[in-house]
Design a protein around this ligand. Structure first.
Ligand code: DGL
Length: 266
């Protein structure tokens, strides 16, 4: 394998980053990927910055061992807490994901936007810096989505428990007259249907998945490591918990990809 056919490495604290994997494999169908789901350590959002950095490094080391040419940190919590250290530590390019509060503030008519994210993301320096740039014009209502990642990791998306928890978080946002809701965690796109049942059609839901895929393509091009092969990419997904939830999600994308899912300890 040379530097162009080497896989794109993608990691998350769990299965949520497959929302990014999906966007990347759609935009770049010839690229090979290795996806790492560190589900045993989810949620990252309740951990200290030091712990998040050390897990992000461990995941990166693993993906480098698998020969990856670029790393996509498909986790807002890991990006906002660890990407600076990752970029300073490793020689390969990193793509991160951050909550799309800037685009949301530009689109908002009420100038009140909501953000649902983890505690780790909302309390990070990087988020603080980005949010301070929009706060003059826009009111940002922040909600920690505690418990949502755990329910998704245990396959409980379509449950009453999920609906009730979402209501607890979204009703206070609706009372504040938000017109945009930013999803600041890569697990949350799997909740869009459930969120819409509560918010109705008037609230615009914004996430950064597509933008991350476009940025990945741009950085591959810039570094001359875009895979120019014409055959479809191969995908290897690894998880350190039982693989059922991950398999169900990937199957639900129904994208005709060549993929294999493996359970392993790491
Ligand atoms: N998908 C991660 C994110 O984007 C979930 C964080 C967690 O594990 O708490 O933030």
């Amino acid at each position: 394998m040379n530097s162009t056919t080497a896989p794109i490495g993608i990691f998350d604290s769990g299965v949520g980053g497959t929302s990014i994997w999906k966007e990347i494999t759609q935009l770049l169908p010839n690229e090979n990927t290795v996806y790492l789901s560190d589900s045993i350590n989810a949620p990252y959002g309740e951990k200290s910055k030091e712990d998040i950095i050390s897990l992000a490094k461990k995941n990166t080391d693993f993906l480098i061992q698998k020969g990856c040419k670029i790393i996509v940190v498909a986790c807002n919590t890991a990006t906002t807490n660890a990407i600076k250290v990752l970029r300073a530590t490793y020689p390969l390019p990193f793509i991160g994901i951050e909550p799309a509060i800037k685009p949301a503030s530009l689109q908002s008519k009420t100038n009140v936007i909501g953000i649902l994210a983890t505690k780790g993301t909302l309390s990070s320096e990087l988020f603080e810096k980005t949010s301070s740039t929009i706060k003059e014009k826009t009111t940002l209502v922040e909600i920690v989505g505690k418990g949502l990642v755990e329910l998704i990791e245990s396959g409980k998306i379509d449950t009453k428990e999920m609906h009730n928890l979402l209501e607890t978080y979204l009703n206070p946002l609706l009372e504040k007259n938000i017109d945009c809701l930013v999803l600041g965690c890569t697990h949350y796109p799997f909740l869009i249907d459930k969120i819409k049942q509560i918010t109705g059609p008037k609230i615009q839901i914004i996430d950064s998945g597509e933008a991350v895929a476009r940025q990945t393509k741009a950085i591959l091009q810039k570094n001359n490591i875009l895979n120019l092969n014409t055959e479809k990419g191969k995908h290897h997904l690894l998880i350190n918990q039982p693989k059922k939830v991950l398999s169900n999600l990937i199957e639900s994308f129904n994208s005709g990809q060549h993929y294999k899912i493996e359970e392993l300890h790491f």
